[in-house]
Design a protein. Structure first.
Length: 242
């Protein structure tokens, strides 16, 4: 539905009714893809962790409720959401001005790490090492899907041993975080770690640069810049929590 490796999946992608039904069916069968379906200002469909199907609608669903009950399913009405989970959202746009600032950072520092995230959670996160010799970043921008969250981090460090030693020390103190490392072929990898992960050095074997990003109040602390990618019409509809 979304291509190999789900490369065409991002927040806001449009699907047909048949595809929407299939997504719900797969999720009810404990599929890995946790997607919320939304017809803006009309209908929201999601599946909870307990496999309950939640439908929010701006119009009565009397016929659908009757059909569900006729098939032996239990239907319960829920109170409207209080709205506590809404906002504040990331307001900065990943537009030309933002990317000029990214280029300035890379030029000033020599290198930065650009992270793109098309959906909430750890799915689809991609990292790019942006060096001053590779500016401008215009070649990178077409690879980023609409509504993605773009986070700019300090450059990976060439002293991999020191980074992994710091990660081991943090984990021993009960901290959590993410290890990011680059291989000689240019690929960048990452993994969230906790105190159950003991062989950090083996995980990043062959790395030529690495960084340890600790989990804090804003999940991962220490980023330099952050913005969300507008839709193709220029409107920012992404709803990333700030």
């Amino acid at each position: 539905m979304f291509g190999p490796d789900l490369e065409n999946l991002f927040d806001g992608v449009e699907v047909s009714l048949d595809q929407a039904v299939e997504l719900v069916r797969q999720r009810l069968r404990d599929g890995a893809l946790a997607a919320t379906l939304e017809a803006e200002d009309r209908l929201i469909v999601s599946v909870g962790w307990d496999q309950d199907l939640h439908v929010s609608s701006t119009f009565p669903c009397t016929h659908a409720v009757e059909r569900a009950r006729a098939q032996g399913l239990s239907v319960e009405r829920e109170e409207p959401c209080s709205g506590e989970d809404e906002g504040p959202y990331v307001q900065e746009r990943a537009d030309e001005r933002f990317w000029r600032r990214v280029d300035d950072l890379a030029l000033d520092r020599g290198e930065v790490l650009v992270e793109t995230q098309p959906l909430p959670g750890n799915w689809g996160v991609t990292h790019y090492r942006l060096r001053s010799a590779e500016l401008p970043s215009a070649a990178l921008q077409p690879r980023i899907r609409p509504r993605s969250l773009v986070t700019v981090w300090p450059a990976l460090l060439p002293d991999v041993a020191t980074v992994t030693d710091g990660a081991v020390s943090a984990l021993a103190d009960g901290d959590m975080g993410r290890l990011v490392w680059a291989l000689r072929d240019g690929s960048v990898h990452h993994r969230f770690l906790n105190d159950e992960d003991t062989d950090v050095a083996a995980l990043s074997g062959g790395a030529v640069a690495a960084a340890w990003q600790e989990v804090g109040g804003a999940l991962l602390d220490g980023h330099l810049m952050q913005a969300a990618v507008p839709d193709t019409d220029g409107v920012l509809r992404a709803r990333w929590r700030a």
